[in-house]
Design a protein around this ligand. Structure first.
Ligand code: ADP
Ligand code: ZN
Ligand code: ZN
Length: 668
């Protein structure tokens, strides 16, 4: 029988695609973009057909037959493959390692039972859910203008929707979506949010507004069955709106006509392991490739996006006021902790404000970005502290769980009864986490309904949603939480935000720390007074005159961003510089450093700054020592050209050191 050659990308760590033979008559060849099952080494693997040819360099006795082609599944489009190719090229990873993990797991298994079942289920599914669409509120004029620009944009149009917290950005997205869906009966829209916890709120809004439109969600807490079904709905073009977290940027969307990235500044859009991609950056590329509009929304845009808006690459749409009538931005006040000494972590000023809210039946939010009871346990007698034995970090005291936990390597120990060094039984927690604040609040306000929301309190599936729902229903008086509660949520009865301990970030080594802290404070402050209640934000600090706090008090993102950009320009930092970071891990630091030194010397470089290797700030994690080497250039193409050569040279070093390369790193 005649045959053809399939070039197949597999999820392997080496940069290669593999040729397989496929028996078929001429004219009946499989298509590029179809999935195929092959044997690879000793296992069977599903790969993506990236080319169909008639010749190969592989000797006939080495050439294996592909085992099956998934002909029941429509091929992934050439455009989708080009997106995967771009990501693979830009982040310097093999194509298969980008393309295949982007697909649902059940598509990548030898059996087709799950696929066939999902296809059947989808075929039976009716798009119309019957209900009448919820009414569209009348937009104010700034919203109207923004929605019309987005909804009417043709061709590649990057738009920065810069709107203060509570300015009604969601409503703008929804009405722009309505225009796009109405204009084009096949149009698909991709909406990305930074946090999984924000999907239910937006999902409910979208469903109410577009009852006849099929919506698919894509995020990491779906079951494999759900993920398969939702992915297929998007792939077949039936899901008109796809709502997801960063991983949804690789969804197959044959009729994509608009991309919305909410809270575009959020660091969660950056994947921090494996393929370290920025979903926001890939989204902009995808919009460019397809020639469609993309909206990046934020009250505190990333300096990268702000810079693009200032230079005219992105068009800026502004919402300067809150949307709800009479709602104004909260008054922000600093509370000097040197004068007003805190008790249980709370100053008298903050306690008084909490008491007032309790009397009025309004809600308060206390924000502390540190979970656990106390960041460290120590012995006053001999100076012992609860270091992690495997990491350069402390074991955090978790009182309800009666454990010491390392947040970096997950080591867990029972809380010791006595000091391991001197036997002293009076061990002291040092500092405060959310659990300790919660305990203090319960003692101070026994009548109040207090709820803590953090990664520990929401470990069980569905528990985060249940917790947020109870806040929305008004069953909570004081909410205490980490960054999980700081963004996006629209709590209508909330009129007080207390920010407990933001000072540490003021003096961080990380050049992005102030940008991040500012955004975080603006976001959490923005949870107050959204429905028109008179509201205030109290920041407890020992550095009340710090200019960053001044900018938060004035809600002055524009000037703050302008100043930071000027600093970045003078210091030659992003967005004026393009960076890549090479990380090395080894049992001994000297070995990691030696590898990086060899890496530094492995190629000659023009127009590239190659810095010296240094240990990472948190040098040891899980008994592995880590070091890094930063390379920089004022030109993105020059940096990319260098990285192509460099990755080859790094492979040729054949070192046993584990290394990884990150392009556009966020943490350096
Ligand atoms: P943002 O995302 O900009 O912080 P939201 O989209 O959550 O703000 O909107 C804040 C609040 O304003 C929500 O309760 C929303 O229902 C309300 N809202 C938005 N637009 C309007 C409008 N045009 N008229 C009245 N209320 C509005
Ligand atoms: Zn001791
Ligand atoms: Zn550890």
């Amino acid at each position: 029988m005649a045959h053809c050659i399939l070039q197949i990308a597999l999820d392997t760590p080496l940069d290669s695609v593999f040729d397989y033979r496929w028996p078929c008559e001429p004219g009946a060849e499989p298509l590029v973009g179809q999935l195929a099952l092959v044997s690879f080494g000793r296992r069977e693997a599903v790969g993506l057909i990236v080319a169909v040819k008639h010749e190969t360099d592989v000797p006939a006795d080495k050439l294996k037959d592909a085992l099956a082609v998934r002909s029941q599944l429509a091929p992934l489009s050439e455009r989708w493959i080009r997106l995967a190719r771009f990501a693979a090229g830009y982040y310097h990873r093999p194509l298969g390692e980008v393309a295949l993990p982007g697909l649902p797991k059940n598509l990548r298994v030898p059996s087709t039972v799950a696929l066939d079942r999902a296809l059947k289920k989808l075929a039976r599914l009716d798009a119309a859910h019957d209900a009448a669409p919820a009414g569209m509120p009348a937009l104010n004029s700034a919203q109207r203008q923004a929605a019309d620009v987005i909804g009417g944009a043709q061709g590649f149009t990057p738009l920065l929707l810069y709107g203060v917290t509570g300015s009604g950005k969601t409503e703008v997205y929804l009405q722009a979506c309505a225009q796009v869906l109405a204009r084009d009966a096949d149009a698909q829209i991709l909406v990305l949010v930074p946090e999984i916890n924000l999907t239910p709120q937006l999902e409910a809004n979208i469903r109410a507004r577009f009852p006849g439109v099929m919506l698919a969600t894509l995020h990491s807490s779906l079951s494999e069955g759900e993920r398969m079904l939702h992915w297929l709905a998007a792939h077949q073009g039936r899901a008109r709106i796809v709502l997801g977290t960063r991983l949804a940027i690789l969804a197959s969307l044959p009729n994509l006509k608009l991309i919305v990235i909410d809270e575009e500044h959020d660091p969660s859009y950056k994947q921090q392991e494996g393929l370290r991609y920025s979903a926001r950056d890939l989204a902009v590329w995808r919009a460019h490739q397809l020639g469609i509009p993309i909206v990046l929304g934020s009250a505190t845009p990333s300096l990268e996006s702000w810079h693009h808006a200032q230079t005219g690459r992105y068009r800026k749409l502004e919402l300067r006021e809150r949307a709800v009538r009479d709602a104004v931005l909260p008054r922000v006040r600093l509370v000097d902790m040197e004068r007003d000494k805190p008790r249980e972590g709370l100053t008298a000023t903050l306690m008084q404000a909490l008491r007032q809210r309790l009397e009025r039946g309004e809600q308060s939010l206390l924000f502390l970005n540190r979970r656990g009871y106390a960041p460290v346990l120590c012995c006053d007698a001999c100076g012992w502290i609860s270091n992690c034995t495997r990491c350069t970090s402390f074991m955090v005291l978790h009182k309800p769980e009666r454990r010491l936990r390392c947040h970096h390597c997950s080591l867990e120990l029972r809380i010791p009864h006595a000091c391991p060094t001197c036997g002293n039984i009076d061990l002291q927690p040092l500092g405060r986490g959310t659990q300790r604040i919660e305990e203090g609040l319960q003692a101070l306000f026994p009548q109040a309904r207090i709820l803590r929301i953090d990664a520990d309190s929401t470990r069980l599936k569905g528990s985060a949603q249940a917790a947020f729902d109870s806040v929305h229903r008004g069953e909570v008086d004081i909410l205490i939480g980490t960054q999980m509660v700081a963004k996006g949520h629209d709590f209508k009865k909330l009129s007080l935000v207390g920010i407990l301990n933001p000072d540490t970030a003021l003096f961080s080594q990380d050049y992005r720390a102030s940008e991040r802290l500012f955004a975080q404070l603006m976001q959490v402050a923005g949870r107050a007074g959204r429905a028109g209640l008179e509201s205030e934000v109290l920041i407890q600090s020992r550095y009340c005159t710090h200019p960053l706090y001044g900018a938060v008090m004035r809600h002055d993102y524009d000037r703050f961003a302008g100043d930071l950009l000027e600093e970045r320009r003078q210091a030659a930092l992003p967005p004026y510089m393009y960076q890549a970071l090479l990380r090395a891990e080894a049992p001994e630091l000297a070995v990691a450093i030696a590898f990086l030194e060899a890496a530094r010397d492995s190629v000659a470089a023009d127009a590239i700054v190659i810095n010296d290797p240094i240990p990472m700030t948190m040098t040891r994690v899980h008994n592995v020592e880590r070091a890094q080497l930063l390379v920089e250039s004022g030109s993105r193409p020059a940096l990319q050209a260098f990285l192509v050569q460099w990755v080859d040279a790094l492979r040729a070093l054949k070192s046993r050191v584990r290394w990884s390369l990150e392009v556009d790193p966020l943490d350096i």
